[in-house]
Design a protein around this ligand. Structure first.
Ligand code: NDP
Length: 394
């Protein structure tokens, strides 16, 4: 029986994880659930799954949850980042789903890594921010890091070394990773029409149902940029070894090309329960409730090159990855601030890359030599981005 902690239980990935767990009461039990502010949803989940701990990052929300669960003796309610880290590293749990959105996920995900857990990594921002330091922590603790992003899970399934981190792509006979992208809801929009798209349009992804932040990232192609950086760290690859292929059907989740010309692909319906079930049960396979693929109904697959002119965020991420040091942390922080401003109606869609480019040019990029450096650069980049947005509003 695996004891699972779910960081970000009320989100899109968290709920899909609980859906898989619900199907296998003989295999998985919930040790802890965490959220930020959604008390009602969390109350419902705690009543169903009866975790040992429920954590709300927001202190007021934790107080409300405590009241809502007053009749449930087995669940203790904790609050704040301390509470998140405590359940992430608790010895009673062996598996941690890291599904908090954004930089807020780094401290508890790192706590789980340092405690040597099986870490199911959906929170790509944590790895993008802290790359080498994060991977060093994985090696030092012997944690088992399994990718949940559908693309990275696909690559993981297509690589010969199904362990923690492959040694070296060339030693494994790999030439390239073909990272697929849906292209997002604005794939066919003109540069002109992108100026006036709304948050609601950006969040209406054609193939995937996801949280708001990643939906906007998918629309700008920043999500693919973050995934490019994530792939380089997870699979020990250079940016030149990873090529983005826009594949609007989102059926091929990514591919690995070998030196002999073989290309292995992982296919499936666009449903995150597939990679989640793969990570939860690895190396076994379990039922995930996913509809079987109907290739006859689908008919054909299409591929295009990404258009970096209309979607500059992918190019910015690629450059930040090449620059190294704290550049990816700055990119990520500025993106989080810009996306939040876009969702709040304070920034137009096409200004998101402008804010990020400004932050990258203004911040002093240094070596990423400690987590303290990462967090202070994250804070500085947020300040630069917020200031630039404020100026654009006056
Ligand atoms: P959601 O926005 O749906 O959910 C985010 C979760 O994180 C919620 O439980 C939320 O709690 C919690 N949360 C938000 N802010 C904080 C905070 N400051 N401190 C603690 N918890 C917080 O996001 P998704 O599920 O879509 O995405 C989660 C992660 O997984 C992201 O990093 C995303 O890039 C990645 N991912 C998502 C995919 C998807 O299909 N959705 C696919 C691949 C990767 P509350 O509900 O209370 O606000």
């Amino acid at each position: 029986m695996r004891q699972v902690t779910i960081l970000g239980a009320t989100g899109s990935i968290g709920l899909s994880t609980l859906d898989v767990i619900r199907r296998h009461p003989d295999r998985f039990s919930v040790f802890a659930l965490t959220a930020n502010t959604q008390v009602e949803q969390m109350t419902r989940l705690c009543r169903e799954f009866r975790p040992r701990f429920a954590v709300m990052a927001d202190a007021d929300a934790a107080e409300k949850l405590q009241v809502a669960l007053v009749d449930i003796d087995e669940t203790d309610v904790l609050a704040g980042e301390k509470g998140l880290c405590r359940v992430a590293e608790a010895s009673e749990a062996d598996t941690v789903m890291a599904a908090i959105v954004g930089a807020a996920g780094l401290p508890p995900t790192l706590a789980a890594v340092r405690a040597g857990k099986r870490v199911l990594l959906a929170n790509k921002e944590a790895l993008v921010m802290s790359g080498q330091l994060f991977m060093d922590a994985v090696v030092a603790s012997g944690a088992q890091l399994l990718p949940i992003d559908s693309e990275h899970n696909a690559i993981f399934q297509c690589l010969p070394v199904n362990g923690n981190r492959p040694r070296n792509l060339c030693d494994d006979g790999v030439r390239r990773i073909l990272l697929t992208a849906s292209g997002g809801p604005f794939r066919t929009f003109s540069a002109e029409s992108l100026r006036s798209v709304s948050p609601a349009q950006a969040c209406a992804h054609p193939n995937w149902s996801m949280g708001q932040k990643i939906s906007v990232d998918s629309a700008t192609l920043m999500n693919k940029g973050l995934e490019l950086i994530e792939a380089c760290w997870l699979f020990n690859a250079t940016t030149d070894q990873v090529e983005v292929h826009v594949h609007p059907e989102s059926i091929i989740h990514s591919m690995v090309e070998y030196l002999d010309g073989s290309v292995l692909a992982q296919l499936g319906s666009p449903d995150m329960r597939t990679p989640i079930a793969n990570g939860l049960a690895w190396p076994e396979r379990i039922e995930a409730g996913v509809s079987p693929l109907d290739l006859f109904a689908l008919g054909q697959f299409n591929f295009e090159r990404p258009d970096l002119g209309r979607f500059p965020c992918l190019g910015l991420a690629s450059e930040a990855c090449r620059a190294g040091g704290t550049a990816p942390a700055v990119l990520n922080a500025a993106n989080e601030v810009a996306v939040a401003a876009f969702l709040a109606g304070d920034l137009c869609f096409t200004d998101i890359p402008v804010i990020i480019e400004h932050a990258l040019a203004t911040a002093s990029i240094t070596a990423a030599d400690s987590f303290e450096t990462i967090f202070s650069q994250d804070e500085a980049a947020r300040h630069i981005a917020a200031e630039q947005i404020r100026r654009s509003l006056v």
